[in-house]
Design a protein around this ligand. Structure first.
Ligand SMILES: NC(=O)c1ccc[n+]([C@@H]2O[C@H](COP(=O)([O-])OP(=O)(O)OC[C@H]3O[C@@H](n4cnc5c(N)ncnc54)[C@H](OP(=O)(O)O)[C@@H]3O)[C@@H](O)[C@H]2O)c1
Length: 376
């Protein structure tokens, strides 16, 4: 039994019943496959996180997940696992959280192996929009006599939102993150040691870094806080350090910042006088699926105002600092013409701090478009 929690809780992301077209048995096994997919969360980029289970006569005979780009896909892991257990794969049902690939990438097409192993039924939980897959498994497998069915699972779409966004738009899915005192102050003092949030909330923030391929800050945050932007409070599980991105108009940054001098200095990018569209396009071309923007206020305000942010993660702490209220630090005082409501917001408590998470309409609409368009 695998017990894995998603880095962000799913329960409030949708009001729809996600698995209603599945039989109770299909529902059970797809949930099991999703648990396996989660083990790869944040580790598989530029590939999606995928889990699979093989079931025969109501019994699990194999399971697996995609661990890292270049390594076996989840379907192959599940087949190999079944073989190791001495099980006969022919005639089994494969539950896989993403439509199997039908093209050569770093590994052979999974559809080929499914046919070779005489798997009789495939149930998929989300589409694979990679244009290399021609024809896609949804067309190919039925034409080869394999029963193919699916329900688009919003959990699976959400898990791979960075993959979908990068493939379909060329730009990363952007998560805006900020920590705030209850009076709106965003800064407790000088240096990264002067935290607003407690340790439990900061651990959650490092879990967000775990799912990111890049972390972006404004130059003023770099100058004021000298942050490292590394994954420290959670086990990085061999994850490559996300890109660390600084944006600046002046290019005026001290050379001795950790971002320029530490062990990961090769993973730091400085973009000077680059419009946001180009910054995001540049990161997309570097295979960044999820971009975590960690402030400050000026940068976040611009990205929200221009509609580049899909998801937000706010930490609220019971502190009155009286320092920097949540106002635009640039000249444009009211940066939105009307308030933005979060879609399906969720609140979680981390010790004394509160964590608010939700999608902006842009993000929710994007996932809905994938669900509808690729369900065909
Ligand atoms: N509570 C939190 O979660 C949190 C998180 C981060 C930061 N902070 C705090 O927030 C403060 C800094 O925030 P801030 O709002 O003043 O500044 P900021 O957003 O961190 O950085 C602003 C700077 O970013 C550059 N910049 C802004 N827009 C740009 C654009 N479109 N293109 C290129 N460069 C651009 C400019 O750099 P140049 O000046 O170099 O041209 C600008 O001065 C710090 O005190 C920090 O401690 C708090």
């Amino acid at each position: 039994m695998v017990v894995v929690k998603p880095s962000i809780p799913w329960k409030n992301l949708t009001q729809r019943s996600l698995l209603k077209n599945f039989s109770p048995e299909d529902r059970y096994w797809m949930k099991e496959a999703l648990k396996w997919a989660l083990l790869g969360e944040g580790l598989t980029s530029p590939n999606p996180a995928v889990g699979a289970v093989l079931v025969k006569d109501g019994t699990l005979i194999g399971r697996g997940y995609h661990r890292k780009a270049g390594q076996a896909h989840a379907e192959i892991e599940a087949i190999e696992d079944a073989k190791k257990r001495g099980e006969t794969v022919a005639g089994s049902t494969l539950y896989v959280t993403l439509e199997p690939c039908s093209s050569w990438g770093k590994t052979p097409p999974c559809t080929e192996r499914i046919v070779k192993e005489k798997i009789s039924r495939v149930v998929a939980g989300s589409p694979d929009p990679n244009p290399r897959n021609k024809p896609r498994a949804v067309e190919l497998l039925p034409s080869l006599g394999i029963d193919f069915s699916w329900e688009i699972l919003e959990e699976a779409l959400f898990l791979n939102r960075g993959f979908y966004h990068r493939i379909l738009t060329g730009k990363p899915w952007v998560i805006g993150k900020i920590a705030m005192a209850i009076d709106g102050s965003l800064s407790a003092g000088v240096g990264e040691e002067r935290w607003i949030s407690g340790i439990a909330a900061r651990t959650m923030a490092h879990r967000l870094r775990m799912i990111a391929d890049a972390i972006l800050i404004g130059a003023q945050t770099a100058r004021a806080d000298n942050p490292r932007l590394t994954i420290r409070l959670v086990d990085p599980k061999g994850k490559i350090q996300p890109w660390r991105v600084i944006v600046s108009r002046s290019g005026n940054l001290p050379g001795d910042l950790f971002l320029f001098t530490d062990a990961f200095k090769e993973r730091t990018l400085l973009f000077v006088k680059m419009p946001w569209e180009r910054v995001l396009g540049e990161l997309g071309s570097r295979d960044v699926g999820i971009l975590l923007v960690e402030g400050g206020a000026e940068v976040l305000h611009q990205l929200i105002k221009e509609g580049w942010i899909q998801e937000v993660s706010f930490f609220l702490s019971p502190l009155i600092i009286g320092k920097q209220p949540l106002e635009d630090s640039s000249t444009d005082a009211s940066f939105l013409s009307m308030p933005l409501e979060l879609v399906n917001p969720s609140w979680q408590k981390f010790d004394e701090d509160m964590y608010c998470h939700g999608l902006l309409e842009k993000g929710a609409r994007f996932l809905e478009r994938v669900r509808v368009e690729y369900a065909q």
